[in-house]
Design a binder for this molecule. Sequence first.
Ligand SMILES: [Zn+2]
Length: 336
Amino acid sequence: MFELTKAQEERAMRLHNEAIVVDTHCDTLGHFLRQSWERRPPRKLGERSDQGHIDLPRLVEGGVTCQTFAMYTGNKAIVPEATLRALKMVDVFYSEIQANEGIVSVTTPSEIVAAKEEGKATGLLSMEGAEPLMGDIDLLRVFYKLGVRMLSFAWNYRTPFADGLNAKRAESKLPDLGVQALEEMGRFGMVFDVSHLSDSNFWDVTDLMKGPFIASHSNCRDVCDHPRNLTNDMIRALADHMGVMGMNFAPAFVAKENATVENVVDHIDHIVDLVGPDYVGLGSDFDGIGQTPVGLEDVSKMPNITRVLVKREYSDDDILNILGRNHMRVFKEVLR
Ligand SMILES: [Zn+2]
């Protein structure tokens, strides 16, 4: 697939081991819950599986320091079932992490740094789509108290907080509730995530927000034309806010066909050319995607990203920034 010299391979491994590697999106929590329609028992964080993409043994092998675990509830209607499912995901997030020595749950960047020093992985809890909040801002406070530190207002549908991609209305503005929630998140210290947001709501958010926000799992529309990816103007606006976008490994967002790890790095190259190396990171979408690019079959293959960055002669600093320091900068700014 790609050939490295011995010196390049050693440099890639040294950098990958030294790095705080941050992945801002996966859908693994759902796989820890028992589904009535599934014949297989749910997966366990501590047990290496030949299914899906993330468990602790593979996180360790992939050298990931901070894995964000998203609560995705996928209900089109605003119904209590979404809240119930989110609460079960909070429970399984903590119970799976507490059952394992090698990983701790975190809510601050200093806890991530401390865990790295102890050789442990970390899990950060996020919510993908505000359906579980049931249009009630009080529940935002409740989920914050439960440890949620990253939130997107909508998946592809409309919620009382925002329009998702498939629910867009021309010139639509963020609803008052979304504006209020953004202010509240700023007060608490919670990272705002624009992935899945409609384009018009994205622009409203950039007008409203002063500080950084992230696109936890979105690529470049200029490289792969998909509505889930960001346009060049959006990438510039995100960089103006000192935000970061996490590269998504879903083949449909990476390349028109036969996506590979090198195609993922093409998106990194594009962002670096456009705005510089300080605004891009990783947001795999592992366990939320069926197919994966060649060379990124599961999280244990994460070092292949570093290998391609080395092969393309990125500097040590740029590689460490892309692997996680850029996201850590946002966490330091927002989380407290
Ligand atoms: Zn998603």
